[in-house]
Design a protein around this ligand. Structure first.
Ligand code: PEP
Length: 245
């Protein structure tokens, strides 16, 4: 995949909301553009609850364990069984609210890869870390989990500064360009030059075109604004227009 515009419903939504969303979401019915996908990471119970058409359906998390005596865990095998196309790993809400470690993100990525669910690693710094000048250090720390991948593996990285998630305050285009340039260079050095880099953090129709115009931005991960089909479709359209797709 070269470009991805994906939504993340977090712990929101029910079967009725998904039905309404899928009925209203125009891109689902559109012909596929080569190398591009739109889609939605829904709560587990909705993964197999709707017809996503040409859009991808994703999970917001996955177990770090293999199937077995791990009560309450949803394994990557189970995601495959439900028809899941992609899985988010290391979302900041999991790192900061659930205490997820780099070692756990590594195991989760490996499990997705083994089970042919497209992995997306989310990385990003807190405001304090940014103020302390530790942006690159934090990104490198979190990128360490990518060592489960070979240079031919398909996966994506989403840069999501913690201070921009759910706050309504997106990073400036300059901030995003700088972080993505660093990520691009780092990934290239490791043989992952083919990996798409998504941006996430208060993306909305008002800022989508400006952020999509940045060369090293190959997609968006959209939280709050993906709950409404028309708003999300607008973001998707603005992204495609900016990229000339
Ligand atoms: C997210 O949950 O990944 C996210 C980017 O949220 P929001 O768009 O609401 O900031």
């Amino acid at each position: 995949m070269k470009c991805l515009v994906l939504g993340n419903w977090k712990s929101n939504g029910d079967a009725a909301a998904l039905k309404t969303f899928l009925a209203d979401f125009a891109p689902v019915k559109r012909a596929l553009i080569d190398g591009y996908r739109t889609g939605l990471a829904v709560p587990y119970h909705l993964i197999a609850a709707g017809d996503f058409g040409s859009a991808w359906v994703g999970a917001q998390n996955v177990s770090a364990f293999q199937p077995g005596a791990f009560t309450g865990e949803i394994s990557a095998q189970m995601l495959t069984d439900m028809g899941t196309n992609f899985g988010l790993v290391g979302h900041s809400e999991r790192r900061h609210l659930m205490g997820e470690s780099v070692a756990q993100t590594r195991d989760k990525l490996a499990n997705l890869k083994e089970n042919q669910v497209y992995p997306i690693l989310c990385v990003g710094e807190t405001l304090d870390e940014r103020k302390q000048g530790r942006l690159h250090e934090i990104l490198l720390e979190q990128l360490a989990a990518l060592d489960v991948f070979g240079t031919a593996d398909a996966f994506a990285v989403a840069y999501e500064p913690v201070w921009a998630i759910g706050t309504g305050v997106a990073a400036t285009a300059a901030d995003v360009a700088e972080a993505h340039r660093f990520l691009r260079t780092t990934l290239q050095e490791r043989g992952y030059g083919h990996v798409p880099l998504m941006y996430g953090g208060s993306v909305k129709p008002a800022n989508a075109a400006e952020l999509a115009a940045i060369d090293d931005v190959h997609g968006f991960l959209v939280g709050g604004a993906s709950l409404d089909a028309a708003t999300f479709a607008d973001i998707d359209r603005l992204f495609l227009e900016a990229k000339g797709l």
